[in-house]
Write a protein that binds this ligand. Structure first.
Ligand code: NAD
Ligand code: UGA
Length: 440
């Protein structure tokens, strides 16, 4: 085990949305970090100083540590763990067929590194994993000298660097409290409150956090639906809620439904855990069902804007990522709504600032999730000849478009704003019909 005072040698397995900011943050704090990534294009990008993901400030943080010699990259997890006192598993845990978390990447990584871990090394589960996973990983490794610590990650995509350097809290859980505490100490420079608990509780905290955020959003979207019925303005309703410190302003923006690589899979995983445990978590089931309804409500708004049907109609789509400031389209409500419109017979012309044009339905080599959409080079291309445009992702640039030009190129000037991004009065004055979420 390598130990230089309170600075340690750390291996991070998986250079994705979590592993890369985690490795860069630990290196920034002065730890020596080796980051293993088996995906060749991702690794090649990192080695040439390019970031494989869109994440504000990540390139500077990585470059700084590479220059300082505290961060290096390797293709092999087994190479990365040589000399490492701590091994962070940051590999995917996608949704399995039955809604449970698929632990195959975690198990494979544990199996891969198990035999070559340094004596006494600590393995850290940073991937989001169900209760009991720390024990499972310990069993897969099968060595009495190795401890496994749960250290769930709470960063958000788009603000991952800020969230990693300044987390609201740190959670570490293990049956060996000392092992948990030394993992927490790696992040001491953040100054964040540290919760040291057992592994099961730590694993539960992660799912309970994401499920709470998802439930809060389902509630907000449901209140927005109610506002439409009673003639209230959801933005002012949320202002009124947000000033109550017990509620707070975060996560009060209604939208097309919550998505992304984690909230949908983690809510379903928690529901699965509850079912397995024989606990009736109907509140969470309701939040998930309500989110499905939200997607359908947005599709219905577009149909209404197109006189009842989108069949054979050209619809412009602004935004495909699951939220702004990320290139991530995993489980994106924007993309799901775009595809539902295609399924209803619409010709969808889409623009997203992170999606390169040239990859479209004609291009079989392009990403499968974009097939069936006509991708456009800019916002204006997406609305040319369209009978409606739907704002699905809250990219700031959509606010500042030349709406005179948008009006000129659209066949019918109709806007469905699923993010309440635009000023209804301003666009109506210009001659658009406007439909938002939870407001008139
Ligand atoms: P990701 O798909 O972006 O990255 C995972 C990376 O691990 C990939 O690049 C993959 O090639 C690599 N990998 C897999 N097995 C490997 C191995 N054996 N050796 C080397 N590299 C390997 O995934 P992500 O979004 O970073 O999520 C990782 C975990 O963190 C998941 O459990 C997720 O639920 C959790 N999480 C994600 C976020 C987020 O915002 N994305 C936030 C908190 C927690
Ligand atoms: C979420 C959590 O916020 C992180 O704490 C957690 O670490 C992460 O999941 C994870 O486990 O992966 P993230 O998926 O990056 O982070 O995205 P969020 O910012 O939480 O947004 C999730 C969804 O909610 C998006 O579709 C977003 O558009 C939507 N949202 C968010 C709203 O509709 N309104 C809001 O006010 C906030």
């Amino acid at each position: 085990m390598t130990d230089r005072g309170n600075l340690r040698t750390v291996a991070v397995i998986g250079a994705g949305y979590v592993g890369l900011p985690t490795a860069a943050t630990l290196a920034h704090f002065g730890h020596h970090v080796v980051l293993a990534e088996r995906d060749e294009p991702r690794l090649a990008a990192l080695r040439s100083g390019r970031m494989p993901i869109v994440e504000a400030g990540l390139d500077e943080l990585v470059a700084e540590s590479v220059r300082a010699g505290t961060l290096r990259f390797t293709a092999s997890a087994t190479e990365a763990v040589v000399g490492a006192a701590f091994v962070f598993l940051c590999v995917p845990t996608p949704q399995g067929d039955d809604g449970s978390a698929d632990l195959s990447y975690v198990e494979a990584a544990a199996k891969e590194v198990g035999p070559v871990l340094e004596p006494g090394a600590i393995v850290v589960n940073k991937s989001t994993v169900p209760v009991g996973s720390a024990t499972l990983v310990e069993q897969v490794i099968g060595r009495t000298d190795i401890r496994v610590v749960s250290n769930p990650e709470f960063l958000r995509e788009g603000t991952a660097v800020r969230d990693s350097l300044h987390p609201d809290r740190l959670v570490v859980g293990a049956d060996d409290a000392h092992a948990a505490a030394v993992v927490g100490a790696l992040f001491a420079a953040t100054g964040a409150p540290l919760i040291v608990t057992d592994a099961t509780t730590s694993e539960t905290i992660k799912y309970a956090s994401n499920a709470f955020l998802a439930t809060k959003l389902s509630y907000v979207n449901a209140v927005a639906g109610l506002c439409e019925e009673v003639g209230a303005d959801v933005r002012d309703v949320m202002l009124g809620l947000g000033y109550d410190k017990r509620i707070g302003f975060e996560f009060l923006r209604p939208g097309p439904g919550w998505g992304g690589s984690c909230l949908p899979k983690d809510t379903r995983a928690l529901l699965h855990i509850a079912q397995q445990a024989g606990y009736d978590f109907s509140l969470l089931a309701g939040a998930i069902a309500s989110n499905e309804q939200q997607l359908a409500r947005v599709v219905a708004k577009v149909e209404t804007a197109c006189d009842g049907s989108v069949d054979g109609v050209t619809v412009g789509v602004w935004g495909l990522t699951f939220k702004a400031n990320t290139d991530d389209r995993r489980d994106s409500p924007s993309l799901q709504i775009a595809h539902r419109l295609v399924g209803l017979g619409a010709h969808v012309q889409a623009f997203d600032p992170t999606v390169a044009v040239g990859v479209d339905d004609q291009d079989d080599a392009g990403p499968a999730d974009l097939r069936g959409l006509s991708l456009c080079a800019d916002s204006y291309g997406a609305v040319t000849g369209a009978s409606a445009v739907v704002v699905l992702t809250e990219w700031d640039e959509f606010r500042w478009l030349d709406f005179g030009r948008v009006l000129d190129v659209m066949a019918v000037p109709s806007i469905v704003d699923a993010r309440n991004l635009l000023d209804p009065a301003a666009v109506r004055r210009m001659g658009f019909t406007y439909t938002g979420i939870g407001r008139q």
